[in-house]
Design a binder for this molecule. Sequence first.
Ligand code: CA
Length: 498
Amino acid sequence: MKHAHISKWLIGAALLAVTPAVVAKPKAIVVFYADDLGYGDTSVYGQAKVPTPNLERLAHDGCRFCDAHAATPICTPSRYSLLTGRYAFRRPDTRILDGDAKLILPVEGSGEANVTLPVLMKRAGYRTAAIGKWHLGLGAGEEPIDWNGEITPSPREVGFDHSFVMAATADRVPCVFIRNGRVVDLDPADPIEVSYDNVETKWEGELTAHTNPELLKAWGRPSDRQHDKTIIDGISRIGHMRGGAAACWKDQDLADRITAEAERFIRESAGQPIFLYFATNDIHVPRDPNPRFKGKSGLGIRGDATVQMDDCLGRVRAALAAAGYDDTLFIFTSDNGPRVSDGYEDGAHDAWANDNPAAPFRGGKYTVLEGGTRIPMIVAWPGHVKPGTTNNALISQTDFARSLAKIAGVDVPDGACGDSQELSYVLLGASDAGRDSLVEQPAWGPWGYRKGAWKLINSKEPQLYFLDDDPGERHNLAAERPEKLRELQRDLRAARGL
Ligand code: CA
């Protein structure tokens, strides 16, 4: 017995020597996922007009990444990749989903090769939760979603023990929260109907930006023909909705409500290991931060929404500390790069006239310029991530699945998480040996590909950049370096399986 004990200790000591960063799994793992927040959007990445003291504290406690990427420059596919460890292009319908789209994540039990990150976390013994923005579809798609009954499959069926989510985005109907498959605060006498029929008015008496512009808040006016449908809480949305008045959220309370739900989940889970996927709406449109954040940034409503997001982050961390989760691996990041104006006349365009939210990069949401997928990322874990550090490794959110599985001590089944790389040392800031390469999937248009500091934008007139010298992607080297261009084009084709 004593011998066995010593052997175990020796093995443990050997593991400790080889793997200094990963010795015991954390009591809590939190992914705090911002929306449309760019690399240059916060004070912690150099934007002094947007004070984000809680993010600064997180960076002070942990490691700030400088070459971390979302899988794509748009919401749904990036989230799909983070939660499955697969490039989104492996599944062709991972476009930006409507609010009534079917679930695109594999349900639990549909085969070992389909295992999701939350299922892996459950297997590692964590109580799992998805709180905030979902935008990965609901229901099986065989019949329309019944918003008035039990919605299934929902986050619960992909591995989340607890969920409190918006179906899609705040600019898409239905504007309600769904807790564990049921719309919250629904009055059965006022049932919800949702339609994405491509018509200006779906129902007699529907209030839209066209029929009742006087109902719109000053910052809730649409700037395109997509965001001009049903008005809810003074903001016209994408899609049509009627009924469910008591269940509809107030946009200025949205951040507070999801944060309160996270605080409750943390409090009620105290003592148990937890995995929390907390996806904020900030700073996606419509931006309607709580009035207490008005004017708190020097960059208008979009900057104020970022200050609100930072406040949520501080509250989630405070709730973890209060519930005894000192041993928390906390990851902050964003699902894609920035977009200043994105469907509403909210003043952001003028406020940001002289500031680049992707700085020092170019491009943003929808593009494969670096600003599209290179996003802020900060990781902290007391005793494991060295405080106040930075890391320049190339790493993707697609790598979270295998890296977190490794940290949590759970095996990834054969065939699962196929594009995810086990980069736990990098994620914990202990190594800068990141990925060699990365596909940057576009929303539309040409594809991007990274190989070290080389960057290909595979447009009709191909672009080749060397980011170490040219982070802004302004000096096209395609004509000067034809052999490097061909190499990256060949590698991109191979990575896409073409
Ligand atoms: Ca987004």
